[in-house]
Design a protein around this ligand. Structure first.
Ligand code: NAD
Length: 278
């Protein structure tokens, strides 16, 4: 955990909510409290703290809204459903959040994010950041692509596609694909296959790879055509992708650290196992 000195500063707060009735109710409560508090200034521009109200999907959207300001922004999530992975507070805990923000001295907890660089055959290069994962698929035909890990031509993949996830994204799509759950303080990326073709002729490793920060992952499609690339909750159709490179980004996502920050293993248990006492 690190700390930025906010003690003498009015905190600029952005409140972002999804369209659910419950989320709007929580947002209006926060607006009414912070608008009359001289220690806070409500603004969607250059915020110090972004409060996302909704679920993990809303936090993903808030992350992308402020992805160019990650060096100065801290996020905090309120879930208006069950406990989420990126949301520390439930909707009935708003007063606790307000108290914690009043006492806040800039403590933060930070997690790695993914940088993706996509090259197209017309020379264009598209750069993106992902909080959960980036997936590359070829929908119309089998995707054939070389997987290169740290300059080693590792395998020729044939199948639906490839997912590369962050540690915090390991519990999302990556887990559904059979990938491992990674503690978010481990600075690594996870490459997971999406329905690989494996038989006597075509061979891939089959298990997911956990790749350290210093190693680069490259995906080189062997066929021209349309590729479907998803970055978290956004999907793009791109023509003639020649290369996709994956790195751990130099920036991290910062969350407001508070006494309510639920431990990662608690969240995993809550989401996937539930109560084990019978
Ligand atoms: P959404 O908000 O409906 O999210 C889908 C589900 O994923 C929700 O239950 C959400 O709580 C959960 N989720 C999101 N991030 C998570 C994380 N880091 N750990 C555990 N669960 C997480 O839909 P959306 O807004 O489009 O969300 C996009 C995300 O959905 C993608 O980043 C991807 O990880 C996930 N997704 C999952 C599958 C799958 O599991 N088969 C398929 C496509 C997308």
């Amino acid at each position: 955990m690190t700390q930025t000195n906010y003690t003498d500063k009015v905190k600029r707060i952005a409140i972002i909510a999804n369209g659910k009735y419950q989320s709007k109710r929580v947002a209006s409560k926060l607006f009414s409290v912070f608008k009359d508090d001289p220690d806070f200034y409500l603004s969607k521009k250059n915020p110090d703290i972004v409060i996302s109200i909704g679920g993990d999907g809303m936090l993903l959207s808030a992350f992308h809204m402020y992805e160019k300001e990650l060096d100065r922004v801290r996020f905090v999530g309120i879930h208006t459903g069950h406990l989420g992975f990126y949301t520390d507070y439930r909707d009935f805990e708003v007063d606790k959040l307000i108290d914690n923000l009043r006492r806040d001295k800039g403590e933060q907890i930070s997690y790695p994010i993914l940088k993706v660089v996509i090259s197209l055959d017309d020379g264009r290069v598209i750069k993106a950041r992902a909080l959960n994962e980036a997936t590359v698929k070829r929908i119309e035909k089998t995707m054939v692509a070389d997987v290169i890990v740290n300059h080693v031509k590792f395998e020729r993949f044939r199948g639906d596609g490839i997912s590369v996830s962050t540690p915090t994204g390991s519990t999302a799509y990556n887990k559904s694909l059979g990938g491992a759950v990674l503690h978010p303080t481990i600075e690594a990326l996870q490459l997971t296959e999406i329905s690989s073709l494996n038989n006597r002729v075509f061979r891939t490793l089959g298990s997911s790879l956990i790749i350290p920060k210093k190693d680069k992952i490259e995906l080189v499609p062997r066929r021209l055509g349309i590729y479907t690339i998803s970055i978290d909750n956004k999907t793009y159709q791109l023509k003639n992708v020649t290369k996709v490179e994956y790195f751990i980004d130099d920036e991290k996502i910062h969350f407001v650290s508070s006494p309510s920050h639920t431990s990662f293993w608690e969240r995993v248990k809550d989401a996937f196992i539930g109560d084990i006492d019978s």
